[in-house]
Design a binder for this molecule. Structure first.
Ligand SMILES: C[S@@+](CC[C@H](N)C(=O)[O-])C[C@H]1O[C@@H](n2cnc3c(N)ncnc32)[C@H](O)[C@@H]1O
Length: 218
């Protein structure tokens, strides 16, 4: 996987997708509902690549934090966005011990993003569930979690996909609803997304996903 992520350009990292909704405007609405008057709103992007998404939270007055498994991406993010300096960390979201250590040092967050199918970057549905639990740990009470999932229903007969040089594991709608229930979360909004990675050797690479806007209540 590292090999793949080291040679791709920004267009491929973030895909060419045009979103039919505005991520930060939806978050803004939820923040005003859930955190009225709170002065410091901390936002974290897990698997946030080079920081191009989380940095947009600054415009809304949120304090950004960027994590990724790829150290080079974090270094590039700090070069691009000096505001992120001192607010980045390497974090493997599937490693529960690493997540606890990270939280001991960096605390909880009011907005937790995990976009671009990061939680599907593994080889077993069980591990997707572990990654999701770790993500929820990062969230304060009454906070917002935005997460993308690749759905197995959209890949009928092809439960796992080899994307470049690593395995992606989709998850079923039932699996997602079990995860939401297990963690006592509320689903506030969702959108379907078609990621478009452009054409390569006469084949148009696309991924289908859902983006869920969840709330971890008190
Ligand atoms: C397809 S990119 C998505 C980037 C960005 N979140 C977005 O939505 O455009 C997947 C990102 O997940 C990161 N990643 C892969 N496995 C990870 C893991 N176990 N923990 C944290 N980040 C991971 C990759 O380094 C890469 O930056």
């Amino acid at each position: 996987m590292d090999k793949y992520y080291h040679r791709i350009d920004d267009k491929e990292l973030y895909s060419r997708t045009t979103f039919t909704f505005d991520l930060w405007e939806i978050i803004k609405t939820l923040v005003s509902e859930l955190k009225p008057g709170k002065r410091l709103i901390r936002a974290i992007d897990v698997g946030g690549g080079k920081g191009d998404i989380i940095i947009k939270g600054l415009k809304y007055g949120y304090e950004p934090f960027l994590t990724d498994i790829n150290k080079d991406f974090l270094e590039e993010a700090e070069r691009r966005y000096p505001e992120l300096r001192g607010h980045t960390a390497i974090l493997n979201i599937f490693d529960s011990k690493e997540v606890i250590e990270f939280m001991d040092k960096n605390g909880f967050f009011d907005i937790v993003l995990c976009l671009g199918l990061v939680l599907n970057h593994t080889d077993l549905p069980k591990k997707v569930a572990v990654g999701f639990s770790n993500l929820i740990k990062l969230a304060n009470e009454n906070s917002i979690i935005v997460v993308d999932f690749m759905l197995s229903e959209l890949y009928v007969g092809n439960p796992k996909s080899i994307w470049a040089d690593f395995t992606m594991t989709p998850i079923s709608i039932n699996g997602i609803s079990r995860l939401i229930k297990r963690h006592g979360l509320l689903l506030k909004a969702f959108h379907s997304i078609e990621y478009d990675y452009g054409e390569y050797k006469n084949y148009r690479y696309k991924d289908h996903a859902v983006r869920l806007f969840l709330v971890k209540p008190y």
